[in-house]
Write a protein that binds this ligand. Structure first.
Ligand code: SF4
Ligand code: SF4
Length: 378
């Protein structure tokens, strides 16, 4: 696991404090969206389709600090839109660092080299660079030729200057597992601290056989990718969440673990769905009917979801909230090869049904084509 000890300690002691105080629901990562506009127009992104007057709006640094204090989570993820387009992003980052928040600034890195002088390296700041795969696949996914090369230029500059850098990929059904594994080799060679991956999200209004297959296909894809791991791959994620993706354990969604705040307020119930907004964090926690969400709830919008913003907090709570969970995480960290001959067979199959071929394709997991999926890079 690539997460530094100081960050792990901060999160572990936070979870323990919450558990000891008897608090049932608490946030781990604030998803702070300071703007929705972007300098890319990726296929599958729902954020950039807001009308122009919404796209022009920014959260002020004071609104960002108020949200961070209200919520109290030890980590803050700053997605967007493209946060580097926010005119006061340096001030926002500086203020959150001063509050000792571990920040993941999620960027497509097109502006990273140009803006890097605005930031100072810190253990609290990580640039989480959106890279969806090898050059051809990434450029296809973000609909921009040269997007991969530009992002890599930004990554190399940030690594050279001593910043913490991770990459962040969203995988959809149709991804080629061999290409994803080769991509892991490429990014680790760039000197990044670790890799973040998550399945994409899409709606499914009919919870039937299809809904089961959606999750089954996701697990098969991640089993093919994450089994028989190379020693040099490092993941900036909970090892138990990776096991969840591979189908080795089951978790229920904890959408309150990653609450989302943007110009409309606190989004109910999670970063992906928009079932209304609350004006304060306390109101979000009190008025959201949490039982209506998660795969077990029967809510069709949640039927196929295995996305990190819902299930990684469940894995982190398991890891730091019980001795058994902690020992499972230790075991997963030490024995991280995950030897699996069946997974090798999956990789060697010339064309896997449901797992795509070598050409890049962006296919939703059992989704409803009429609905635009939300941005799921977290
Ligand atoms: S997915 Fe991210 S990088 Fe792409 S358009 Fe949306 S906000 Fe921008
Ligand atoms: S299952 Fe997914 S879509 Fe549903 S509440 Fe959880 S994170 Fe949100």
């Amino acid at each position: 696991m690539a997460v530094p000890i100081s960050q792990m300690w901060t999160v572990a002691s936070y979870v323990l404090r919450k558990r000891l105080s008897g608090q049932k629901r608490y946030p781990l990562v604030l998803m702070l969206e300071p703007l929705f506009r972007c300098n890319l127009a990726c296929a599958g992104c729902g954020k950039i389709q807001y009308p122009a007057h919404i796209l022009k709006r920014d959260l002020s640094p004071e609104e960002c600090f108020r949200a961070a204090e209200e919520c109290g989570a030890p980590m803050v993820s700053i997605p967007g839109g493209e946060p580097l387009m926010h005119p006061q992003i340096a001030e926002i980052v500086e203020g959150l660092v001063a509050r000792k928040k571990y920040i993941y600034l999620c960027t497509n890195a097109l502006l990273l080299k140009e803006k890097i002088d605005l930031f100072k390296p810190s253990k609290y700041l990580t640039f989480s660079v959106h890279l969806d795969g090898q050059r051809e696949h990434h450029d296809f996914s973000v609909c921009r030729e040269g997007g991969y090369d530009k992002a890599v230029e930004g990554i190399r500059e940030a690594v050279k200057r001593g910043f913490r850098v991770t990459t962040n990929a969203t995988l959809f059904d149709g991804a080629d597992p061999n290409s994803v594994r080769a991509f892991f080799d490429e990014v680790m060679a760039m000197g990044v601290e670790g890799i973040v991956i998550s399945p994409g999200y899409s709606y499914d209004k009919a919870p039937d056989q299809k809904h089961f297959l959606g999750r089954a296909r996701t697990r098969r894809l991640f089993r093919a990718i994450l089994s028989n791991r190379e020693k040099h791959w490092k993941f900036n994620m909970s090892p138990l969440f990776l096991e969840f993706l591979m189908g080795k354990r089951n978790y229920q969604c904890t959408p309150w673990g990653n609450p989302a705040y943007n110009i409309f307020g606190w989004q109910k119930p999670c970063y992906l769905l928009q079932d209304g907004y609350a004006s304060t964090f306390a109101e979000l926690m009190e008025t959201t009917v949490w039982e209506d969400y998660g795969t077990e709830s029967g809510n069709p919008k949640c039927a196929n979801c295995m996305v990190s913003c819902g299930y990684e907090p469940s894995a982190v709570n398991d890891m730091f909230g019980s001795f058994r969970g902690f020992m499972s995480a230790v075991r997963a960290t030490i024995f991280d090869k995950y030897e699996d001959h069946g997974a090798r067979d999956l990789l060697n199959a010339p064309q896997l049904a449901g797992l795509g071929g070598s050409s890049p394709s962006l296919v939703q997991i059992a989704g409803d084509a009429k609905r635009q999926p939300e941005e799921t890079r977290v």
